[in-house]
Each structure stands twice: as C-alpha cells, then as structure tokens.
Write a protein that binds this ligand. Sequence first.
Ligand code: G6P
Ligand code: MN
Length: 443
Amino acid sequence: MKKNTVVIVGAGSTHTPGIIQSLLQKKEEFPLKKLILFDIDEERMNMVKSIMTQFIEEAYENLEVISTSDYKEAFTDVDFVFAQIRQGGLKMRSCDEKIPLKYGVVGQETCGPGGSISYGIRSIPAVIEIIRQAKKYSPNCWILNYSNPAAIVAEATRILRPNSKILNICDMPIGTETRMAKILGLKSRKDMIVKYYGLNHFGWWTDVRDKEGNDLMPRLKAYVGEHGYLPPEVVDHQHMDPSWIETHKKAKDILATDPTTLPNTYLKYYLFQDYVVEHSDPNYTRANEVMDGREKHVFTECRRIAEKGSSEGTTLTTDNHSIFIVDLATAIAFNTKERMLLIVENNGAIKNFDPTAMVEIPCLVGSNGPEPLLVGEIPQFQKGLMEQQVSVEKLVVQAWIEKSYHKLWQALMLSKTVPSATVAKAILDDLLEANKEYWPELK
Ligand code: G6P
Ligand code: MN
C-alpha cells in the first residue's frame, strides 16, 4: 500500500493535534511515510510538535517527523499539503469581528465586511504563496485547503492559479450532518446520502436519505423546526461553546425562511443580521472566546503531555474537521470515489447559476480529483441570495488583483450584511487602517 508524505501548513493551529490524531487513527486506510509540520510561528509550532512526537511514538513504529519554518524543507517530496493558515492570527480575527459591530453590522470570522472582505484580502496572497511553494518543490502534490475565508480563497485560486491541484474545503456541512445523524439515531453521517448546494458558508440541503433510499427530510425538518440542529445528546466538542449552541438553535428560524430545504447555519448572518448584531458583544467576540477557550485548552494540554511524556488520558480528540481532511486525502490517494462536499467551479452543475462561480456541491473524489455531481435548477430565493453573495466574493478578488479601493467598497455595498454605501465606506476605512500590515496599497 502506498505511503504518503503530508505537510501541515499552519501547524501551530489549535486544530493540528486533532489532525495528527486523525492521521494516526486512520493509519491503515492512509499510511504515512513522513509527517512535516510547517509554521512561520515557531513557538506555537513547537508546542504542537512536543505532543506530536509523543502521539506518534505511541502509534507508529518508524515514522519520520520533522518541524520546520523553511519552505524547501517543508514542501519537498510531499504528496499532500494540508493548509490551514490564519493570516493575522486571532488578533486580526478579533478586529474583523469588532470593527463592523461598531457600525451595527455583523462582525464575523468569515461573513460580512470582516470575514469576506478584510480577512479575504489578507488570505489571498498567503494561499497563493503556498501554491507557489508547493508547485516549486512538489509539482504533483495536492493541496487540501481549509484556510478561510474559503469562498474568497477558492475564487482567487480559480482566477489566479487555474490549473493548480488545490481543493478548498469546509467542515461546517460535515459537522451539521453529524448532528443530523444523531437526531435520526444513525451511527454515522456516512449512513446518509445528501444533496446540497450553495456557496461556502451559504448553502442548503435539498435531500437526505438513508442507504436504502428512504427520505429522511420529513423527520429532520420536524425536529429542526423545533430544536434547530441541537440533538438530544452531545455530538462533538468542536462546536459546543455557548455561542455555537445558539447558532445550532437558530437553524430553527432559518428553516422557516424556506421550509423545503435544510439550511447551513451560516445563513443566519445574512437573514437575521439584526438579531446577530443585537446578540453580539462588540467588546468580546468569538475570537475572544476562542483565545480564552480552545486555545488555552489545547496549549495547556500540549504542555501537560510533553511534561508527562505520555498522552494517556488526554482531552484532545479527533473531530469532524480533522477526520474530513484525512478522508479527503484517502479518497485521492486510493481513488475511493467517496462522495464529498467540496468547493468547485460551478461549470453548469447548478444550471441556472453563473458557471464561473465557486460553489459547494457533492463531488465524487478520486485520484484525479473531484467529479462534481449535477444539481440542476435552483429556486429564485436561493438564486437571488447566491448571486448577491457571489458578486461580493468576485469583487473582493477583483479588488485584490486591481488593488482597487472602489471595488472593495462596492463589495461591501453589495454585502447583505451592510445597510448603505455610507456605512460601507466607514467600515472599509476602518478595516484599511487595521490591516495596514497585511493589505496592499489600494488605488
Ligand atoms: C466552522 C467553519 C470554519 C470556521 C469555524 C470557526 O468549522 O467551517 O470555516 O473557521 O467554524 O469555528 P470557531 O470555533 O473558531 O469559531
Ligand atoms: Mn468552513
């Protein structure tokens, strides 16, 4: 069986221990030859490295592992790049969330002015650089990219690096499907076959069936209409903070906006903007929760494991995020043709929608990459929402390419989260100031 070399880019992330654990758990399906950690922040990476060595010794006999901040060392002879960088770190996430809130506008990691526009402009060059390095040192490798905002990154790579072997991915639908499976009393989300379409963090399920073909939508809708995506018992630890629980619950109201489908929870930022703003604390946003919660937990646990010299009793676990990326690598490495939701060029899959849009739809994944499945025609409501949002995403990428202030302003004006051109401009000017270190000079 072929063994694979993987480099994790952004290895200092709080998600890396989970990815390492998933790689180890799936060592039969996806055997490793070598594992490389790469990060420009060596301090964070070293914390993760200390436990990685421990985990690996407990699972593999002879696995070569290295950590480095040198591109050549990291990218040479690799089969897969797992990219999960956060340009500007949680500090800039915090600015992205807080600045729009000052103007009564949604402040969110990947949605609205902070998420799509501010973070988007920071991420584009960083992901393009990963593609450049990967092509230079391992021209045949696949880049599996979690780096956000995935919608913007996907559009940027489509235009700027059209023939790259990069797959842009998201774990949100997977997380929600795990919840659906629990609601239905199924063992795994893989017991369901789903139809889904949309943009990243902006989509709908149109069909959920069991392996025998029985329609599970009626039961799901009845449950979600009452409780949102909150199953009777705990599902995973990834999205369990109080603000996430609130988000899962809110799916109940999103469902009411179109009872024929089941919604992605991110739609709340576009359909219940006023509610979101009212329920946000402009001085303490999700970035703060993550810094005080997950980040502390992961790094305290890393230190404890390193000191003890054993991972026994660890509270660090695999989750949807980590399992999905390893499943995807397995599908490519071993041509499994697993059906997975990926962000790909529409190219006619959604018949009545821009063929050049990057959409999130089911694909069969094999060694030659994804084969997108046909979606067909979508209703006016979704089409209208998606056209507006995809225009925001395309304008952000055009603005980056042309270094255009005006196009960024237009992107902000078009965002459903922003009430007027005046507010759009005020937010843009604040974001520009906050991103001085990261954004190019705009004309
Ligand atoms: C989901 C999304 C990711 C996003 C994350 C934020 O997993 O798919 O794209 O980055 O949520 O979660 P957090 O716990 O960091 O707020
Ligand atoms: Mn995502």
